[in-house]
Ligand binder design. Sequence first.
Ligand code: DAH
Length: 392
Amino acid sequence: MDAKLTAELKRIEQDFRKKLLESEKYDIDEKTNLTQNLAQAALEKTRTDFFGKKSHLQKVLHKIGNAKPQERAEQGVAINLLKEKMLLEFEKTREKVEKQIREQKLQKEKIDTSMPERTHKIGALHPTPQVIEEAIAIFAEMGFVCAEGPDVEDDFHNFVALNFPPEHPARQMHDTFYLQAGKKESVDEKLLEKWLLRTHTSPVQVRTMLQGKLPIRVIAPGRCYRSDSDQTHTPMFHQIEGLVIDQSSHFGHLKTCLSDFVRAFFENENVPIRFRPSYFPFTEPSAEMDIACRREDGKINILTSKDEEKLEWMEILGCGMVHPNVLRACNLEPEKYQGFAFGMGVERIAMLKYAIADLRTFFDGDSAWLQHYGFSPLDAPALARGLRAQNF
Ligand code: DAH
Protein backbone atom coordinates (compact mmCIF):
# COMPACT_ATOMS: atom_id res chain seq x y z
CA MET A 1 0.00 0.00 0.00
CA ASP A 2 1.03 3.56 -0.65
CA ALA A 3 3.60 4.50 2.02
CA LYS A 4 2.34 8.05 2.14
CA LEU A 5 -1.17 6.91 2.91
CA THR A 6 0.06 4.44 5.52
CA ALA A 7 1.94 7.24 7.26
CA GLU A 8 -1.07 9.51 7.08
CA LEU A 9 -3.32 6.87 8.64
CA LYS A 10 -0.76 6.28 11.36
CA ARG A 11 -0.71 10.00 12.14
CA ILE A 12 -4.52 10.12 12.31
CA GLU A 13 -4.51 7.16 14.68
CA GLN A 14 -1.92 8.77 16.92
CA ASP A 15 -3.74 12.07 17.00
CA PHE A 16 -6.94 10.27 17.83
CA ARG A 17 -5.38 8.37 20.78
CA LYS A 18 -3.94 11.60 22.11
CA LYS A 19 -7.36 13.28 22.03
CA LEU A 20 -9.06 10.31 23.69
CA LEU A 21 -6.55 10.36 26.51
CA GLU A 22 -7.11 14.07 26.98
CA SER A 23 -10.86 13.68 27.35
CA GLU A 24 -10.33 11.00 29.97
CA LYS A 25 -8.04 13.26 31.90
CA TYR A 26 -10.71 15.66 33.04
CA ASP A 27 -11.31 15.02 36.68
CA ILE A 28 -14.87 15.52 37.62
CA ASP A 29 -15.37 18.43 39.94
CA GLU A 30 -17.84 17.60 42.70
CA LYS A 31 -19.07 21.07 43.42
CA THR A 32 -19.56 22.64 40.05
CA ASN A 33 -20.00 19.64 37.75
CA LEU A 34 -17.95 21.76 35.39
CA THR A 35 -15.33 19.20 34.41
CA GLN A 36 -18.04 16.66 33.90
CA ASN A 37 -19.36 18.91 31.17
CA LEU A 38 -15.85 19.49 29.88
CA ALA A 39 -15.19 15.75 29.62
CA GLN A 40 -18.39 15.26 27.70
CA ALA A 41 -17.71 18.23 25.44
CA ALA A 42 -14.18 17.00 24.71
CA LEU A 43 -15.48 13.56 23.79
CA GLU A 44 -18.08 15.05 21.51
CA LYS A 45 -15.44 17.16 19.78
CA THR A 46 -13.22 14.12 19.27
CA ARG A 47 -16.17 12.30 17.72
CA THR A 48 -16.92 15.03 15.17
CA ASP A 49 -13.23 15.73 14.47
CA PHE A 50 -12.43 12.10 13.71
CA PHE A 51 -15.67 10.62 12.41
CA GLY A 52 -17.63 13.61 11.13
CA LYS A 53 -18.14 14.66 7.50
CA LYS A 54 -15.20 17.03 7.61
CA SER A 55 -12.90 14.62 9.44
CA HIS A 56 -9.43 13.77 8.26
CA LEU A 57 -10.48 10.17 7.61
CA GLN A 58 -13.28 11.31 5.38
CA LYS A 59 -10.90 13.51 3.40
CA VAL A 60 -8.54 10.59 2.91
CA LEU A 61 -11.45 8.44 1.72
CA HIS A 62 -12.32 11.14 -0.82
CA LYS A 63 -8.78 11.32 -2.03
CA ILE A 64 -8.50 7.62 -2.84
CA GLY A 65 -11.45 8.02 -5.21
CA ASN A 66 -8.89 8.98 -7.87
CA ALA A 67 -6.70 5.87 -7.36
CA LYS A 68 -6.74 2.78 -9.59
CA PRO A 69 -9.59 0.36 -8.80
CA GLN A 70 -7.26 -2.33 -7.37
CA GLU A 71 -5.46 0.14 -5.13
CA ARG A 72 -8.67 1.89 -4.25
CA ALA A 73 -10.20 -1.30 -2.85
CA GLU A 74 -7.10 -2.12 -0.85
CA GLN A 75 -6.83 1.41 0.53
CA GLY A 76 -10.55 1.57 1.26
CA VAL A 77 -10.36 -1.59 3.34
CA ALA A 78 -7.38 -0.24 5.30
CA ILE A 79 -9.15 3.05 6.00
CA ASN A 80 -12.38 1.37 7.05
CA LEU A 81 -10.54 -1.06 9.29
CA LEU A 82 -8.83 1.82 11.00
CA LYS A 83 -12.13 3.65 11.32
CA GLU A 84 -13.76 0.63 12.98
CA LYS A 85 -10.84 0.20 15.36
CA MET A 86 -11.01 3.88 16.29
CA LEU A 87 -14.77 3.70 16.78
CA LEU A 88 -14.34 0.78 19.18
CA GLU A 89 -11.75 2.67 21.17
CA PHE A 90 -13.92 5.73 21.19
CA GLU A 91 -16.88 3.77 22.58
CA LYS A 92 -14.69 2.26 25.30
CA THR A 93 -13.45 5.66 26.37
CA ARG A 94 -16.94 7.07 26.32
CA GLU A 95 -18.21 4.28 28.53
CA LYS A 96 -15.33 4.83 30.90
CA VAL A 97 -16.00 8.56 31.19
CA GLU A 98 -19.74 8.06 31.59
CA LYS A 99 -19.17 5.45 34.30
CA GLN A 100 -16.91 7.86 36.10
CA ILE A 101 -19.58 10.58 35.91
CA ARG A 102 -22.25 8.19 37.19
CA GLU A 103 -20.14 7.09 40.11
CA GLN A 104 -19.31 10.63 40.99
CA LYS A 105 -23.02 11.50 40.96
CA LEU A 106 -23.94 8.51 43.10
CA GLN A 107 -21.35 9.45 45.63
CA LYS A 108 -22.68 12.97 45.79
CA GLU A 109 -26.27 11.75 46.18
CA LYS A 110 -25.47 9.54 49.13
CA ILE A 111 -28.37 9.67 51.60
CA ASP A 112 -27.44 10.88 55.04
CA THR A 113 -29.88 9.03 57.30
CA SER A 114 -28.78 11.07 60.31
CA MET A 115 -30.18 14.29 58.78
CA PRO A 116 -33.28 15.64 60.56
CA GLU A 117 -36.45 15.25 58.52
CA ARG A 118 -37.68 18.20 56.53
CA THR A 119 -40.76 19.60 58.28
CA HIS A 120 -43.99 19.85 56.36
CA LYS A 121 -46.14 22.71 57.58
CA ILE A 122 -49.87 22.68 56.98
CA GLY A 123 -51.82 25.93 57.15
CA ALA A 124 -54.34 26.47 59.92
CA LEU A 125 -57.63 28.27 60.31
CA HIS A 126 -57.55 31.10 62.87
CA PRO A 127 -59.76 30.59 65.97
CA THR A 128 -61.86 33.71 65.16
CA PRO A 129 -63.31 32.40 61.86
CA GLN A 130 -63.47 28.93 63.40
CA VAL A 131 -65.68 30.15 66.26
CA ILE A 132 -67.82 32.22 63.87
CA GLU A 133 -68.38 29.05 61.79
CA GLU A 134 -69.28 27.09 64.92
CA ALA A 135 -71.81 29.74 65.99
CA ILE A 136 -73.31 29.89 62.48
CA ALA A 137 -73.73 26.09 62.51
CA ILE A 138 -75.62 26.22 65.83
CA PHE A 139 -77.84 29.20 65.00
CA ALA A 140 -78.56 27.84 61.50
CA GLU A 141 -80.00 24.76 63.19
CA MET A 142 -82.37 27.09 65.09
CA GLY A 143 -83.50 28.77 61.87
CA PHE A 144 -81.31 31.89 61.86
CA VAL A 145 -79.79 33.26 58.66
CA CYS A 146 -76.73 35.52 58.32
CA ALA A 147 -76.99 39.27 57.77
CA GLU A 148 -74.23 41.77 57.02
CA GLY A 149 -73.59 45.47 57.33
CA PRO A 150 -70.71 47.84 56.54
CA ASP A 151 -67.72 48.40 58.85
CA VAL A 152 -67.89 52.14 58.11
CA GLU A 153 -71.19 53.25 59.56
CA ASP A 154 -73.01 56.49 60.14
CA ASP A 155 -74.11 57.88 63.45
CA PHE A 156 -77.76 57.06 62.72
CA HIS A 157 -77.27 53.29 62.34
CA ASN A 158 -74.58 52.91 65.00
CA PHE A 159 -76.20 55.14 67.64
CA VAL A 160 -79.32 57.21 66.98
CA ALA A 161 -81.61 54.42 65.74
CA LEU A 162 -80.39 52.24 68.61
CA ASN A 163 -81.77 54.75 71.09
CA PHE A 164 -78.49 56.54 71.81
CA PRO A 165 -79.59 60.13 71.20
CA PRO A 166 -76.81 62.75 70.74
CA GLU A 167 -75.14 63.51 74.09
CA HIS A 168 -76.43 60.22 75.53
CA PRO A 169 -73.92 59.13 78.25
CA ALA A 170 -73.83 55.52 77.00
CA ARG A 171 -72.06 56.76 73.86
CA GLN A 172 -68.99 57.36 76.00
CA MET A 173 -68.65 53.64 76.72
CA HIS A 174 -67.94 53.06 73.07
CA ASP A 175 -64.60 54.92 72.47
CA THR A 176 -65.62 55.59 68.88
CA PHE A 177 -63.22 56.09 65.95
CA TYR A 178 -64.73 58.98 63.97
CA LEU A 179 -63.77 59.51 60.35
CA GLN A 180 -62.60 62.86 59.03
CA ALA A 181 -64.95 64.97 56.96
CA GLY A 182 -64.44 64.62 53.20
CA LYS A 183 -64.64 67.33 50.53
CA LYS A 184 -67.24 69.83 51.57
CA GLU A 185 -68.56 70.67 48.13
CA SER A 186 -69.29 67.07 47.06
CA VAL A 187 -71.06 65.48 50.03
CA ASP A 188 -73.25 66.61 52.85
CA GLU A 189 -70.68 67.80 55.38
CA LYS A 190 -72.81 67.10 58.38
CA LEU A 191 -73.33 63.49 57.39
CA LEU A 192 -69.62 62.92 56.73
CA GLU A 193 -68.67 64.33 60.10
CA LYS A 194 -70.74 61.61 61.64
CA TRP A 195 -69.12 58.73 59.80
CA LEU A 196 -67.40 56.25 62.08
CA LEU A 197 -66.08 52.70 62.36
CA ARG A 198 -68.93 50.72 63.84
CA THR A 199 -68.42 50.12 67.55
CA HIS A 200 -70.65 47.03 67.62
CA THR A 201 -72.59 44.79 65.22
CA SER A 202 -75.93 46.18 66.50
CA PRO A 203 -76.32 48.57 63.50
CA VAL A 204 -76.98 45.43 61.43
CA GLN A 205 -80.17 45.07 63.50
CA VAL A 206 -81.27 48.50 62.28
CA ARG A 207 -80.40 47.75 58.65
CA THR A 208 -82.27 44.43 58.77
CA MET A 209 -85.41 45.93 60.35
CA LEU A 210 -85.39 48.82 57.86
CA GLN A 211 -85.61 46.29 55.03
CA GLY A 212 -89.05 45.53 56.45
CA LYS A 213 -89.13 41.79 55.72
CA LEU A 214 -90.75 40.10 58.72
CA PRO A 215 -90.48 37.91 60.68
CA ILE A 216 -86.74 38.40 61.35
CA ARG A 217 -84.38 35.75 62.65
CA VAL A 218 -80.81 36.79 61.82
CA ILE A 219 -77.32 36.63 63.19
CA ALA A 220 -74.65 39.07 62.05
CA PRO A 221 -71.01 38.14 62.62
CA GLY A 222 -68.52 40.90 61.87
CA ARG A 223 -65.71 43.26 62.80
CA CYS A 224 -66.09 46.09 65.32
CA TYR A 225 -63.72 48.88 66.31
CA ARG A 226 -63.07 50.80 69.51
CA SER A 227 -60.22 53.07 70.49
CA ASP A 228 -59.10 50.86 73.32
CA SER A 229 -56.12 48.55 73.86
CA ASP A 230 -55.03 46.37 76.80
CA GLN A 231 -54.97 42.69 77.74
CA THR A 232 -58.72 42.33 77.25
CA HIS A 233 -59.36 45.00 74.57
CA THR A 234 -58.05 45.43 71.03
CA PRO A 235 -58.92 48.26 68.62
CA MET A 236 -60.50 45.72 66.26
CA PHE A 237 -62.45 42.68 67.42
CA HIS A 238 -65.41 40.57 66.33
CA GLN A 239 -68.97 40.25 67.53
CA ILE A 240 -71.94 38.11 66.64
CA GLU A 241 -75.22 39.97 66.79
CA GLY A 242 -78.58 38.25 66.92
CA LEU A 243 -82.08 39.58 66.26
CA VAL A 244 -85.51 37.98 66.38
CA ILE A 245 -88.58 40.08 65.52
CA ASP A 246 -92.11 38.77 65.14
CA GLN A 247 -95.40 39.20 66.99
CA SER A 248 -94.87 36.81 69.87
CA SER A 249 -91.24 36.14 70.82
CA HIS A 250 -90.69 36.95 74.49
CA PHE A 251 -88.00 36.88 77.15
CA GLY A 252 -88.57 33.14 77.76
CA HIS A 253 -87.64 32.45 74.11
CA LEU A 254 -84.55 34.60 74.50
CA LYS A 255 -83.41 32.60 77.53
CA THR A 256 -83.98 29.24 75.85
CA CYS A 257 -82.33 30.31 72.61
CA LEU A 258 -79.18 31.56 74.34
CA SER A 259 -78.99 28.73 76.86
CA ASP A 260 -79.23 26.19 74.03
CA PHE A 261 -76.56 28.06 72.13
CA VAL A 262 -74.15 28.13 75.07
CA ARG A 263 -74.59 24.41 75.81
CA ALA A 264 -74.05 23.49 72.17
CA PHE A 265 -71.12 25.87 71.71
CA PHE A 266 -69.21 24.79 74.82
CA GLU A 267 -70.27 21.18 74.25
CA ASN A 268 -71.27 21.06 77.87
CA GLU A 269 -74.89 20.15 78.69
CA ASN A 270 -74.58 21.13 82.33
CA VAL A 271 -72.75 24.45 82.23
CA PRO A 272 -74.37 26.69 84.90
CA ILE A 273 -75.90 29.78 83.28
CA ARG A 274 -77.25 32.93 84.84
CA PHE A 275 -79.01 36.00 83.43
CA ARG A 276 -78.14 39.18 85.30
CA PRO A 277 -80.08 42.46 84.87
CA SER A 278 -78.10 45.05 82.93
CA TYR A 279 -78.51 48.16 80.83
CA PHE A 280 -78.28 48.78 77.09
CA PRO A 281 -80.07 51.72 75.46
CA PHE A 282 -81.53 49.51 72.72
CA THR A 283 -83.11 46.78 74.87
CA GLU A 284 -85.64 46.83 77.70
CA PRO A 285 -85.40 44.78 79.84
CA SER A 286 -81.69 44.10 79.31
CA ALA A 287 -79.53 41.35 80.69
CA GLU A 288 -76.05 39.93 80.60
CA MET A 289 -75.51 36.22 80.46
CA ASP A 290 -72.82 34.65 82.63
CA ILE A 291 -71.44 31.13 82.69
CA ALA A 292 -69.73 29.43 85.63
CA CYS A 293 -66.01 28.82 85.47
CA ARG A 294 -62.91 28.53 87.59
CA ARG A 295 -59.46 29.99 87.06
CA GLU A 296 -56.62 27.55 87.61
CA ASP A 297 -52.95 28.26 86.78
CA GLY A 298 -53.97 31.08 84.48
CA LYS A 299 -56.41 28.80 82.62
CA ILE A 300 -60.17 29.16 82.71
CA ASN A 301 -62.18 25.96 83.03
CA ILE A 302 -65.89 25.94 82.36
CA LEU A 303 -67.77 24.13 85.13
CA THR A 304 -70.63 21.65 85.11
CA SER A 305 -72.19 22.39 88.49
CA LYS A 306 -73.08 25.45 90.54
CA ASP A 307 -71.83 23.77 93.71
CA GLU A 308 -68.20 23.63 92.73
CA GLU A 309 -65.59 25.41 94.79
CA LYS A 310 -63.98 28.68 93.71
CA LEU A 311 -66.78 29.25 91.20
CA GLU A 312 -66.62 32.50 89.24
CA TRP A 313 -69.25 33.96 86.92
CA MET A 314 -67.91 35.07 83.56
CA GLU A 315 -69.95 37.42 81.38
CA ILE A 316 -70.26 36.19 77.82
CA LEU A 317 -72.94 38.29 76.13
CA GLY A 318 -75.46 41.09 76.36
CA CYS A 319 -79.12 40.67 75.44
CA GLY A 320 -82.65 41.93 75.94
CA MET A 321 -86.05 42.66 74.45
CA VAL A 322 -85.79 45.17 71.58
CA HIS A 323 -86.65 48.66 72.89
CA PRO A 324 -89.85 50.22 71.45
CA ASN A 325 -87.83 53.31 70.43
CA VAL A 326 -85.63 51.09 68.25
CA LEU A 327 -88.64 49.47 66.59
CA ARG A 328 -90.08 52.93 65.90
CA ALA A 329 -86.79 54.21 64.45
CA CYS A 330 -86.91 51.22 62.09
CA ASN A 331 -90.51 51.90 61.00
CA LEU A 332 -92.02 48.99 62.98
CA GLU A 333 -95.01 49.48 65.30
CA PRO A 334 -94.12 48.43 68.88
CA GLU A 335 -97.82 47.68 69.48
CA LYS A 336 -97.64 44.98 66.82
CA TYR A 337 -94.07 43.70 66.76
CA GLN A 338 -91.65 42.60 69.43
CA GLY A 339 -88.57 40.50 69.76
CA PHE A 340 -85.18 40.03 71.30
CA ALA A 341 -81.57 40.78 70.48
CA PHE A 342 -78.18 39.68 71.68
CA GLY A 343 -74.54 40.42 71.04
CA MET A 344 -71.41 38.51 72.00
CA GLY A 345 -67.67 38.97 71.58
CA VAL A 346 -66.23 36.27 69.32
CA GLU A 347 -62.70 36.39 70.73
CA ARG A 348 -64.05 36.27 74.28
CA ILE A 349 -65.99 33.03 73.74
CA ALA A 350 -63.07 31.65 71.72
CA MET A 351 -60.70 32.36 74.64
CA LEU A 352 -63.06 30.57 77.03
CA LYS A 353 -63.64 27.53 74.84
CA TYR A 354 -60.07 27.04 73.64
CA ALA A 355 -58.17 28.27 76.75
CA ILE A 356 -56.39 31.18 75.07
CA ALA A 357 -55.03 33.55 77.72
CA ASP A 358 -54.37 36.89 75.99
CA LEU A 359 -56.78 38.57 73.57
CA ARG A 360 -53.98 40.51 71.86
CA THR A 361 -52.37 37.30 70.57
CA PHE A 362 -55.34 36.86 68.21
CA PHE A 363 -54.09 39.81 66.19
CA ASP A 364 -50.29 39.28 66.29
CA GLY A 365 -50.17 37.27 63.06
CA ASP A 366 -47.71 34.85 64.72
CA SER A 367 -47.57 31.64 62.70
CA ALA A 368 -46.32 29.56 65.67
CA TRP A 369 -49.38 30.71 67.65
CA LEU A 370 -51.59 29.77 64.74
CA GLN A 371 -50.00 26.33 64.47
CA HIS A 372 -50.83 25.84 68.15
CA TYR A 373 -54.34 27.30 68.37
CA GLY A 374 -55.45 26.93 64.74
CA PHE A 375 -57.82 24.43 63.19
CA SER A 376 -57.87 22.23 60.16
CA PRO A 377 -59.20 24.41 57.32
CA LEU A 378 -60.82 21.44 55.61
CA ASP A 379 -62.73 20.36 58.68
CA ALA A 380 -65.40 23.07 58.82
CA PRO A 381 -67.67 22.75 61.85
CA ALA A 382 -71.12 21.28 61.32
CA LEU A 383 -73.53 19.97 63.94
CA ALA A 384 -73.96 16.62 62.22
CA ARG A 385 -70.22 15.98 62.23
CA GLY A 386 -69.40 17.30 65.67
CA LEU A 387 -68.80 20.96 66.22
CA ARG A 388 -65.23 20.96 67.37
CA ALA A 389 -62.83 20.75 64.48
CA GLN A 390 -59.54 18.99 65.01
CA ASN A 391 -56.90 21.06 66.69
CA PHE A 392 -53.45 20.31 65.32
N1 DAH B 1 -73.91 46.02 71.27
C1 DAH B 1 -73.56 45.64 72.64
C2 DAH B 1 -72.11 45.98 72.89
O1 DAH B 1 -71.34 46.01 71.98
C3 DAH B 1 -73.83 44.19 72.88
C4 DAH B 1 -75.29 43.89 72.88
C5 DAH B 1 -75.99 43.94 74.04
C6 DAH B 1 -75.93 43.58 71.70
C7 DAH B 1 -77.34 43.69 74.09
C8 DAH B 1 -77.31 43.32 71.71
C9 DAH B 1 -77.99 43.39 72.93
O2 DAH B 1 -78.00 43.02 70.63
O3 DAH B 1 -79.31 43.11 72.95
O4 DAH B 1 -71.71 46.14 74.00
